[in-house]
Design a protein around this ligand. Sequence first.
Ligand code: ARG
Ligand code: GLU
Length: 713
Amino acid sequence: MKISKILLLAFFIIKLSFFAIADEGMWIPMLLQKYNIEDMQKKGFKLTAEDIYSINKASMKDAVMLFGRGCTGELISDKGLVITNHHCGYGAIQSHSSVEHDYLTNGFWAKTQADELDNPGLTVTFLVKMEDVTNDVLENINENLPEQEKQKIINDNIEKIKAEAIKGTIYEAELKPFFNGNAYYLFINKVYTDIRLVGAPPSAIGKFGGDTDNWMWPRHTGDFSLFRIYANKNNEPAKYNKDNVPFKPKKYFPISLKGFEKDDFTMVFGYPGRTQEYLSSYAVKNIMDIINPNRIKIRDTKLSIMKADMETSPKIRIQYSAKAAHVANSWKKWIGQNRGLKRLDAINKKQEFEKQLTEWINADENRKAKYGNLLPTYKKIYKTLEPLDYVEQYMFEAIFGIETINYTWKFNKLEQLEGDKQKEAIEKFKKTIHGHFKNFNLETDKKIFAALYKMYADSVPDEYQLELVKMVNKKYKGNFNKYANKIYSKSIFTDEKRLTSFLNNFSLKKLKADPFYSATMNLINIYRQKIATTTQNINFQIIDLNKKYMKAIMEYKKEKLLYPDANLTLRVTYGKINTYEPRDGVVYKYFTTLDGIIAKDNPEIYDYDVPDKLKELYKNKDYGQYADKDGTIHTCFIATNHTTGGNSGSPVINGNGELIGVNFDRNWEGTMSDIMYDPDQCRNISLDIRYALFLIDKYAGATRLIDEMTLVK
Ligand code: ARG
Ligand code: GLU
């Protein structure tokens, strides 16, 4: 293992055996051996670092995959069986659902392997190996070059290294910056493309609690689905083919039926997407004061319109449930994040840290020359950025949050293309139109349009105002509803027939004359002229600053083991099963049970409508081998593992390397962990694997799947 100088600096830690690492951190699997393993073992991990990540023998990394583009999955049998979340498999389940076969509502269980359903476009990605390539990427970089030029050389180097690394292989390469560009890692991946749907519980179980319970503890969601990886006869990736055979993995997880207790060791192994733990106080303030509140406000409006309409008809409920869930998910997270950051007094904490850092910088002439400018420059830059960031929220969250505007923008492609390429694109569009309109309710979108344009009109300074807003103010006395009525009844983009006939007789002139198209282009032009030119430049400066700031922190904190921000690469986080105290006088237990599901049962409330079959199993206490030793079925549990979006579906592993759960969420009090982790409040929420097995076996009767697994009793 070759480690660059800068990483040695990052991890320059004196190996004191009493040195304990906090539960915070998303660690690089390749470096566990060097930095974390002793600490992990002290906390209850019984295996070795090589058991987690090894390039010489089968290790856990061979059983963990990036599922699709933003979730994690793990292998649970030697026949390529994969478990991930229900919300990660949702798109696949939905794509096979129709009125006759409503798998979302009723669940789906393939009777035999031949009944498993293929999912074009779905992939799973395994990490073959990773390598520190910092020195190669930063070769020939003159620190004095302008950031834009440096980035160009870096990008060229990255492309070269990637191409070289996979030349003549079936692998794919990825190369990503760590520690804000102070280190670079190369990832060699193997991508399987024949992934079939094996099973999913009904949404009333897999999405139990819906958006009401989302991001909350206590929780009772049976958030899992099952897939199987298929390979060609040589066990290698292949496109879907009915002759493909179940993939034979090097490693899969044994499953523990033994349960666990408070304070037991847990480890989560998966693909966390993005964290920002090393931001300056200025950036955190920008998120807390500008970005989050305005996005929340805009989504409040949008969600209330969607929800009101969904209540009026089952058809609209079906059309908008996935969309509303998507909008509500981040909305709710941001609300929690802002509360958590306030509660933590995050800005003051950051400022205090910056004060100490500044003292340290100023104590040495050399350091002063290198880092003296950092914080004052941040301050200046965020002052310029704030008003622009503010307008951007209204441009992208509000106007581009209008479905028809967003949809129209896709057709801009046709303006860029010519001849055959254009014809090809038109044909492609034609195939997708029906799918778009199937889930589109004109009245709902129209209300959202009027409300969000009005918000833009009321919130954004004159110099960024849009033609449409000016026109509606003048001609319609600011009545956006009235104008919306007009364009929604006329535009090409609000009606399947009109759009189809337009594409059948494509004309650029007609495209440009469409009111949605011109509104979209007007927004884009104002953005380009008045915002992008400034922000692009600033963003390059920020990249440069962030890199230097990170380096300063690494030098300043050299006795502390630092972890790089999440960047959708494979990471290990470890901690323990634990309770927490959300408010004074209240302690939350670490697990929930089927009793809690039954207590929430209410056929009147969509999110809490428990299926009869589940109630029957409960009544008969027909729990098989899946009950806890307390006699109940445990459904979900919490632990201190530091996770984020992308960790959905990740294996939760006990000290023996056995699967005890599937990660699917975080608690609301802890969602600020993407920016600042608090060991007292931050918990990840997982599905107890025994609840999943109980459902597969007792609820679905899919015993053939249980038989494939290795159960540890
Ligand atoms: N909050 C979880 C995550 O960020 C689950 C989201 C899906 N569930 C939902 N009810 N919207 O992905
Ligand atoms: N539900 C999230 C996901 O899809 C995980 C929750 C989180 O942000 O930690 O990845």
